[in-house]
Design a protein around this ligand. Structure first.
Ligand code: NAD
Length: 368
């Protein structure tokens, strides 16, 4: 009994659902965290090894991200235990089985996450009538194709730079992880005059202090090649991206890449977090102490979920980009002003902002 409620605090989770269908070999967990702001939006992760605790943490992160973004949505997350690379027919059966099982969990709106994609969301919508991250033919906005999160990151940087007196024209950027988030962040920042001096993927780091051509790197990746296949620039090891002298260092790959043992290698003034939890708490503290401005993940990378929420309301790509621009700018400014005024970490200010919004929404609920 006690164990079942080990995650419970004043915010949630309102429900943890255990799904088991032996005939389908389906095992899944859904965590609906806090729904005071509205039905929870959160991804469906398909992976062999995600714990209930991790699912809860991811759901809570969505509560803060959605509230901070001012969306009328709470936070949730689900995990289907299994190999995401199984044959298409078997995957369809599993995803449809999962969707049928959550048909009545009407305060949870599933979206794509690691191991699932827009096709999977089409199956979920077919079974339940709700999902985000859908194919275009079902009203979806292709958020990774248009670079919704990278677009928001660029808006975030455009505000954060004012706090450190940095001009974007000629600002040197380094991007760790040249994927859906990283490449579009580089593209939108280059359009504002910034210069990409280094980028990395799993193949290594490509560096050129005089500037890399973002368009040709994107074309290279689209052709299925790696950054190391580029004919210009210096090729270094993947983790050499940490040592690049720059003004803006963008993590857009994996969690926990900046830690106490390597944080001293970073030579940057601004670190907007594209990836989720790219810095450990100790590293974030150390950066703050050194005067490096860090914009926390759930403020800086909210573009994707904002796009999903606009899609859910039937909005267009233009509506999504306008809303991302307006929201991410306003939140970045509010968080950095509060952090400066109260002399706290930007993450503490961001959490306080999100908590205030959730608490205010909770006051309006019947069972508060
Ligand atoms: P992606 O798979 O499209 O791109 C990730 C890139 O990182 C790839 O180019 C890969 O080669 C590279 N990479 C992986 N490990 C690396 C390493 N050790 N060193 C250097 N490069 C490495 O993924 P994505 O959608 O761009 O997501 C990136 C991060 O941003 C993830 O943490 C994700 O959770 C987070 N995020 C994504 C979105 C979104 O809209 N896609 C929104 C919010 C947060």
């Amino acid at each position: 009994m006690d164990d079942m409620f080990r995650f419970a605090d004043e915010f949630g989770p309102t429900r943890i659902i255990h799904i088991y269908r032996p005939s389908l070999a389906l095992k899944a967990i859904v965590v609906v965290d806090n729904t005071a702001c509205g039905a929870a939006i959160g991804g469906v992760r398909m992976a062999p090894d995600v714990s209930v605790a991790e699912c809860f943490r991811l759901a809570r992160a969505m509560t803060w991200k959605n509230a901070a973004a001012g969306l009328p949505h709470g936070g949730g997350k689900s995990v289907i235990f299994g190999n995401p690379r199984i044959a298409a027919a078997a995957k369809e059966q599993l995803i449809r089985g999962f969707a049928a099982a959550i048909h009545d969990v009407s305060d949870y709106i599933p979206g794509p996450d690691m191991g699932t994609n827009e096709q999977c969301m089409a199956w979920v919508r077919d079974e339940t009538g709700r999902a985000v991250g859908l194919p275009g033919v079902l009203g979806g906005i292709p958020l990774d194709e248009i670079g919704a999160t990278g677009f928001g990151l660029a808006a975030c940087v455009d505000v954060a730079r004012e706090f450190i007196g940095l001009d974007l024209k000629g600002a040197r950027i380094a991007v760790q992880g040249f994927g859906a988030v990283g490449k579009h962040a580089a593209r939108f920042l280059a359009e504002k005059g910034a210069v990409l001096v280094a980028a990395s993927d799993t193949s290594g780091t490509l560096a050129d202090a005089s500037g890399l051509d973002v368009g040709s790197l994107i074309a290279l990746k689209q052709a299925g090649q790696s950054l190391r296949d580029h004919d210009k620039g210096v090729k270094l090891a993947a983790d050499a991206i940490l040592d690049i002298d720059c003004d803006i260092w963008i993590p857009a790959a994996r969690p926990d890449v900046v830690r106490a043992d390597n944080v001293s290698r970073l030579r940057t003034r601004l670190l907007p977090q594209g990836a989720n939890i790219p810095c450990t708490p100790e590293a974030e503290q150390a950066l703050h102490a050194r005067g490096v401005l860090v914009v926390p993940d759930f403020i800086a990378n909210a573009g994707g979920v904002i796009c999903a929420a606009i899609e859910y309301r039937g909005g267009t790509q233009r509506d999504a980009l306008d809303y991302i621009d307006e929201r991410v700018r306003a939140n970045t400014r509010a968080v950095l002003q509060e952090s400066r005024r109260d002399k706290t970490l930007p993450r503490a200010a961001a959490l306080a902002l999100a908590e205030r919004r959730v608490r205010r929404a909770m006051q309006m609920r019947r069972w508060r």
